[in-house]
Design a protein around this ligand. Sequence first.
Ligand code: BGC
Length: 252
Amino acid sequence: MTQKALGFGVDIGGSGVKGAVVDLRTGVFVGERVKIATPQPATPEAVAEVVGQIVDECAWEGPVGITLPSVVTQQVARTAANIDESWVGTNVHDLFTQALGRETISVLNDADAAGIAEVAFGSDTARSGAVIFLTFGTGIGSAFLVDGTLFPNTELGHMLVDGTEAEHFASSAAKDREELSYKKWAKRVDKVLHEYDRLFNPAAFIVGGGISRHADKWVPLLTVDTPVAPAALRNRAGIVGAAMAAQDHVAP
Ligand code: BGC
């Protein structure tokens, strides 16, 4: 296998920082995924150090793609809903270049990364027409896809639904926090999807994040007319999309 067929992705989340070598032809991990708890407080310096440890542990020397739960434009983090506020305004390319001692780094939003991985390695649905890809985790992430092309940095998790930000009541963290049954939580997700549907009229929703593993428990309870498909890549998607972005030099 040539080095070019391999990439490296790191997914930075509220609870864990995860990285793996990715086979870019298949979207499958090569070797173990390494996970380290997100340092608290999750400042840029502390997180960058953990990313460095993961890259070292995997003895990876090539380009690195990194996801953040933030809007990222011109390689600067613009928001920090579920990470330390000091990320706002941080030049993430410079931060990780220094921490990892290499230049070839792409940083992008976590849901955008997962969306592009789903386009490459998921079902045809992700590549057909206007699709809204969503991740349910600590927050709600979104990626807008048109025939497989990404419109980056949409932030649907923060859209007000009945006066409350969608992710505050319908993320999977909200389900855990409030100890909601799938039935109760699905009602909330349904409300959010109805609102997205009303405003954006996509051909399909694709739902990802860890909780998509249990899609059979809640997707059938949704009443929105637009088809809702579980993501094929589940929570592998962020790492795979990050590795793809680094290889393609995608840097929103
Ligand atoms: C952030 C998004 C992110 C999502 C999922 C939201 O709180 O604002 O940028 O994609 O959480 O992590």
